[in-house]
Design a binder for this molecule. Structure first.
Ligand code: FE2
Length: 428
C-alpha cells in the first residue's frame, strides 16, 4: 500500500478525510431511507444485491480492513457479519454465496443501520485522532468503494422494482417531461492520435487498475460529440437490427436468440409507443435522451448497423483530456440520462461525463506495469481482469466527485442492468 500513499495528498489531512467519510456515509443512509425492510431485503437476480447488503457490506469493509486490524480494543458489532457481508475477499474467509444474499432476512434493515452507527462511531474516533498515512489511504479507498456501491444500490433497486407489477418509483413518481423530438445529427470530432499517454499519474486517489500511466499508440480517429439517443435506437429496432445476425458478434447473437432480446432492457411497447422502467417509475421513452441499459453486444451491433464502431478506452481517455468532469450525475436527482444540450466550445464533446457509462471495445486488462497490491486490498480489481469490457465516463447514478478521466468501470458483455450506453467512433 505504501507505494500508493501519494495518491492521497488531500486525504492526508484528517479533517478533510473525516468530513469526506461522514458525507459518503450519510449519502448511503439517505439512499436507504427511501426503502422499506422488504425493499431492502429482496434479491431480484443473482447479479443484483439487496440494498441492505450494500449498506452492510460497505460498513463491513471499514470494520474489516481498518477497525479490526488497526484499532486495539475495537468491539466487533457481530461476529457473524463477516460471513454475511464479505463480498469476494478470499483472504478474509468464507462468505454467503452471492446468489443467496436475498436469503438474509435477518438482520433487519434497522439492525443494519445500527451496525452502520456502531462502525461510524469507531471511525469518527479514529479519524479525530489523526490517522497515519496507511489508514488514511484505506479510508479513502473505503469511501470510493462505498460510492461504487451507492450506484449499485440504485441499479439493483431499479431491477427489483422493475419486477414489481406496480412498477414503483425509487423516488419522485410521476411522469418526467419528454424533452423533445430527435436532436440534431451527431457531429464527429477528429483526433490525430499518435503516441499518447493514458492512465492515472498518481496525483490524488485512483483505483489500482487505473495505473500506471503509460504510452500507447492511437491511429487517427473521430468520436461522436454526443451519446446515441433513444430515437436513434428506435430506428435500429424498426430497421430489424435485433433480427439481423450479420450485425452481431456470435456470442451476442446467441444471447439475442436465447433471451429474446428485441429492445433495450426495461423497455416495453405499449399501444405503439415505447415505455421504460426508471428509478422514477414507468415512463415514456424520451427520443432525444441517451439510450441506456444496453449490453456490450447491443452497443456493438448498433455501431455495425450505423457503419461506425465503438471507441477504444485509449481513444476515449485521449479525447476526454480537455473536457470538464461535469454532467448529469446522481446529485442532480434526475436519475435518468438527459438529452444533450447545445454544442459546446472547446473540444465540442458533450455528455462525456454522467448520463450513461459508455461501452468501449477494450477488454478490461492490466495496463503495462500493473501489479495488484499484497493482501486483501489486492483482490479489489486485478482478479476481475478476464472476460469483461471497460466502460468510461460515469452515469446519472454515479455519485458526484466519484468519476475521473482515467476511471475504468467494467462489466461482462451481456450485462444490461447498469446505466450503460454508447458513443460512436470511426477511423480518422
Ligand atoms: Fe464491495
Amino acid at each position: 500500500m505504501s507505494a500508493r500513499s501519494d495518491f492521497l495528498a488531500l486525504d492526508a489531512r484528517s479533517s478533510d478525510l473525516a468530513e469526506r467519510y461522514r458525507a459518503v456515509r450519510e449519502a448511503s443512509r439517505a439512499l436507504g431511507s427511501h426503502l422499506s425492510d422488504a425493499d431492502a431485503t429482496v434479491q431480484s437476480m443473482p447479479d443484483a444485491s439487496p440494498a441492505k447488503w450494500h449498506l452492510a457490506h460497505t460498513t463491513w469493509f471499514f470494520e474489516t480492513m481498518i477497525l479490526k486490524e488497526r484499532v486495539p480494543g475495537y468491539r466487533v458489532f457481530d461476529e457473524s457479519y463477516n460471513f454475511l457481508f464479505n463480498s469476494y475477499y478470499e483472504t478474509v474467509g468464507e462468505r454467503q454465496p452471492r446468489a443467496r444474499r436475498g436469503m438474509v432476512t435477518r438482520p433487519s434493515l434497522e439492525e443494519v443501520f445500527a451496525y452502520r452507527a456502531h462502525v461510524d462511531e469507531a471511525m469518527d474516533r479514529l479519524l479525530s485522532e489523526g490517522p497515519d498515512a496507511e489508514v488514511a489511504e484505506l479510508v479513502g479507498l473505503g469511501c470510493q468503494h462505498e460510492q461504487q456501491h451507492q450506484e449499485l444500490l440504485l441499479t439493483d433497486i431499479l431491477h427489483l422494482f422493475s419486477q414489481n407489477p406496480l412498477k414503483p418509483a425509487f423516488k419522485d413518481p410521476g411522469p418526467v417531461a419528454v424533452e423533445g423530438g430527435e436532436p440534431e445529427p451527431a457531429n464527429f470530432v477528429s483526433f490525430e492520435g499518435g503516441i499518447v499517454e493514458i492512465g492515472h499519474d498518481g496525483e490524488g486517489f485512483a483505483f489500482d487498475c487505473e495505473g500506471p500511466r503509460h504510452r500507447t499508440l492511437i491511429e487517427p480517429y473521430r468520436l461522436s460529440d454526443r451519446l446515441v439517443t433513444n430515437g436513434e435506437w428506435i430506428a435500429f429496432i424498426e430497421d430489424g437490427g435485433y433480427r439481423d445476425p450479420l450485425l452481431w458478434l456470435s456470442a451476442g447473437w446467441a444471447d439475442v436468440k436465447e433471451n429474446g432480446w428485441s429492445m433495450p432492457f426495461y423497455w416495453e411497447k405499449r399501444g405503439g409507443d415505447y415505455w421504460t422502467m426508471t428509478l422514477r417509475g414507468f415512463q415514456p421513452v424520451d427520443r432525444s435522451a441517451p439510450v441506456t441499459h444496453l449490453s456490450y453486444f447491443e452497443a456493438d451491433a448498433f455501431a455495425a448497423w450505423a457503419g461506425k464502431r465503438l471507441p477504444s478506452e485509449a481513444e476515449w481517455e485521449n479525447a476526454a483530456a480537455g473536457v470538464p468532469m461535469e454532467g448529469n450525475f446522481a446529485d442532480t436527482g434526475r436519475l435518468r440520462p438527459k438529452p444533450a444540450g447545445g454544442r459546446e466550445e472547446g473540444t465540442g464533446l458533450r455528455q462525456m461525463f454522467g448520463d450513461c457509462w459508455e461501452w468501449t471495445r477494450s477488454a478490461f486488462l492490466p495496463y503495462p506495469g500493473f501489479k495488484a497490491a499484497p493482501g486483501a486490498v489486492g483482490e479489489y480489481n486485478g482478479k476481475f481482469m478476464c472476460g469483461q469490457f471497460v466502460l468510461r465516463g460515469g452515469s446519472c447514478a454515479t455519485p458526484p466527485g466519484h468519476i475521473r478521466r482515467t476511471y475504468r468501470n467494467f462489466f461482462p458483455p451481456e450485462a444490461r442492468w447498469q446505466f450503460t450506453g454508447l458513443r460512436l467512433a470511426e477511423d480518422g
